[in-house]
Design a protein around this ligand. Structure first.
Ligand code: K7E
Ligand code: CUA
Length: 662
């Protein structure tokens, strides 16, 4: 028995937990220091310090966690239907998921952008991208609900999105896949990529008061793949920086063919210049088709409008608007530091992290220090724009966030670690392992002019042995590290919903004070609302039966309905008359090919139901609302098509008011 094993045994006797851990595969050692538990412990009844908004990847949703506890508070349905909340199932919310391709009830949500004022998070809205069917959503942080979705035309996949400018002037959308433009003949051989496929970046303006989005302009770009982006800030305000790959413009086996060249590009867009060109009428109007969906908080319903025009500025023709900066092999993340001076690019296949200087870029532009052109766009000389390189930082750099003390934190997918480095000196000062294969990472306020610091959160792609096994697919996960000291310290693992990509955290006080408690019943303008029991009724309009129903603890009015016939469509319009915080009522009817409704206090929502057989169908409240929740139920009778049962309804009438169908 060697010395160290004896020691291990001794420790094992004293601390059986340690013994257990040492028997697990190497990776599962927690590397957690003694006070970690206290640092993440939020006592019962106490609040977390930060909200974290986490992308759900292929779940299409966004989730909301408390930091430092890692407690899940809410899943906000955005691009995917959500039966838990009736989102995408109720008649009022269905239009939110409308697109020019029809109803698209799923997407792939990668990136989060919290609204900003003067480069500081303001807690008003959070934006998110739909990657697959190009869309940007805006979630209202008063209600934690998706308030608006705008589709992006001339785009093949909205990955490079929705990065935000420092006064929320724009959220942007760069196309991941280049494609033939929507107004051209798209029926072309795929191998004519180089001549027919184009890229675009869209600048979507955000109304200062309402938050409403509008595609202000698009810029026509070479047919590369746009990956990520960040807005300039401070001195670089007015610029947007995009990473791109596939400068080879390959249309097949990109794994090989898009990694041929030594360098791809960071593309710098001067959007103030673009605004000038737009004003001067240099844009070309193109006829396209895209959906614009808005949820009206008073009408409690969404409308979807198909828009038919965008204005396109051509990067080839309009000088001084777009520049390219060479960047080592297939950059992924493109991040700007809090001062706006440094632009950090992360080449997935590169061995260094290049850091570009905005000041040097301006000089290079002024002196025309170009190394050539790419598709008519000036390419700046790498050395002329480079501030310096972080040497040998790790393998597979992906994304960089910043703290409030002049440090940057870069995630490394291949070497599974976070590397901390000094933004001025470019020296690596610390590194910690992540478990495993980190993608994005997030420091509260990290992408803004004013990072709040304190933590860095890793969002991991693979968890292997970190959690109890759950069949073929394992939990994906976040890991919380303290960055208060010189060294990063692992504090906590917590699983996430879907695949987490980017996340943004914000001090809780910037949001919680504005949180809406109810919808005022007197402001309810839903056209199907019944604003009191006395308005509850059932009406037949041809083969449509409209049930104007109210809910309040603990009954529905009406709760007995007869006169529905086969071939009818029944619309249950449920108005929740409650005016107390956190008092939703649910609604579900047997056999409905649909989800439940979950109706907030003061709100009206509609469930459409097409009975497919004759009989009695119970309906009930799905959300445990009072001691008599189980009594919150009713019946609807469905008669044969030719029956002469007349519409009748009631609540609390024990004698039948309906004529029995004898
Ligand atoms: Cu790196 Cu889609 Cu932002 Cu994921 S992306 S990691
Ligand atoms: Cu209403 Cu349960």
């Amino acid at each position: 028995m060697n010395f160290s094993f004896k020691r291990l045994l001794l420790v094992a006797v004293a601390f059986p937990i340690v013994w257990l851990q040492s028997c697990k595969p190497k990776g599962t050692q927690s590397a957690v220091s003694g006070d970690a538990a206290a640092k993440v412990y939020v006592a019962p009844g106490k609040y977390d310090e930060f909200y974290s908004f986490v992308s759900g990847g292929f779940s299409g949703q966004m989730s909301v966690y408390g930091i430092p506890s890692g407690r899940l508070f809410r899943v906000i349905p955005v691009f995917s239907v959500d039966p838990e909340k009736g989102y995408g199932y109720s008649e009022e919310t269905k239009p939110m998921l409308n697109t020019s391709h029809g109803f698209v009830p799923w997407d792939d949500l990668h990136h989060i952008a919290l609204s900003e004022t003067d480069g500081i998070q303001d807690g008003r809205w959070v934006f998110a991208n739909g990657n697959n069917t190009p869309r940007i959503a805006r979630v209202d942080l008063k209600t934690f609900r998706t308030a608006e979705i705008i589709e992006i035309p001339n785009s093949g996949g909205n990955h490079s999105s929705p990065f935000i400018t420092e006064n929320s002037e724009y959220v942007i959308a760069g196309t991941r896949f280049s494609i033939p433009m929507d107004n051209s003949n798209g029926d072309v051989p795929i191998n004519t990529y180089k001549s027919n496929f184009k890229g675009t970046v869209s600048f979507v303006s955000v109304d200062k008061t309402t938050g409403n989005m509008k595609i202000a302009f698009q810029i026509l770009m070479p047919g590369v793949n746009f990956d990520l982006a960040r807005a300039g800030k401070g001195k670089s305000h007015g610029w947007m920086f995009f990473s791109c790959y596939n400068s080879e413009r390959a249309n097949t086996l990109l794994e090989v063919n898009a990694s041929q060249k030594d360098k791809d590009f960071i593309i710098a867009v001067n959007w103030k210049k673009a605004e000038e060109y737009l004003k001067a009428g240099k844009g070309q109007k193109q006829s396209v088709k895209y959906a614009h969906n808005i949820y009206d908080e008073k009408k409690h319903s969404a409308t979807s409008v198909i828009e038919t025009e965008v204005t396109v500025l051509d990067s080839k023709e309009l000088a001084d608007m777009v520049y390219m900066i060479p960047c080592p092999k297939s950059p992924h993340g493109c991040d700007t530091d809090p001062t706006g001076e440094y632009i950090v690019a992360s080449g997935k296949l590169a061995a260094t992290i290049p850091v570009f200087s905005f000041t040097k870029m301006q000089q290079a532009i002024a002196n025309k220090t170009f190394e050539g052109e790419y598709e008519g766009i000036p390419v700046l000389k790498y050395d002329a724009v480079l501030y310096g390189e972080v040497k040998k930082p790790g393998l597979g750099p992906l994304h960089t966030e910043f703290d409030d003390k002049g440090f940057a934190y870069t995630s490394f997918f291949v070497s599974s670690e976070i590397v901390k480095w000094n933004v001025k000196t470019l020296e690596v000062v610390d590194r910690v392992p992540t478990y495993y294969s980190i993608g994005h990472l997030s420091v509260p306020g990290g992408p803004t002019r004013k990072p709040w610091g304190k933590y860095v959160i890793a969002y991991n792609k693979i968890t292997k042995d970190r959690y109890l096994p759950t069949g073929p697919e394992l939990a994906q996960s976040a890991q919380l590290y303290s960055i208060e000291g010189d060294k990063m310290k692992l504090l906590l693992d917590f699983p996430t919903i879907g695949e987490p990509h980017y996340a943004e955290a914000i001090p809780a006080e910037l949001i919680m004070k504005n949180s809406q408690k109810i919808y005022k019943i007197e402001e309810n303008q839903n056209q199907f609302a019944a604003l009191g029991d006395k308005f509850a009724r059932v009406e037949r309009k041809g083969n449509e039966v409209h049930v104007y129903m109210t809910s309040i603890r603990s009954h529905f009015t009406p709760d007995n309905i007869e006169g529905v016939k086969m071939g009818d469509i029944v619309y249950f319009h449920i108005t929740n008359l409650e005016q107390d915080w956190d008092m939703p009522h649910g609604f579900a009817v047997k056999g409905a090919n649909n989800a439940e409704l979950l109706v907030m206090p003061g709100e009206t929502q509609t469930l459409a139901w097409k009975p497919e057989r004759v009989g009695i169908f119970p309906f009930y409240c799905t959300d445990f609302c009072s001691a008599l929740h189980q009594e919150m139920q009713g019946y609807i009778r469905v008669s044969p098509a030719g029956s002469n049962v007349q519409i009748s309804f009631g609540t609390g009438k024990t004698d039948s008011t309906a004529v029995a169908n004898k």
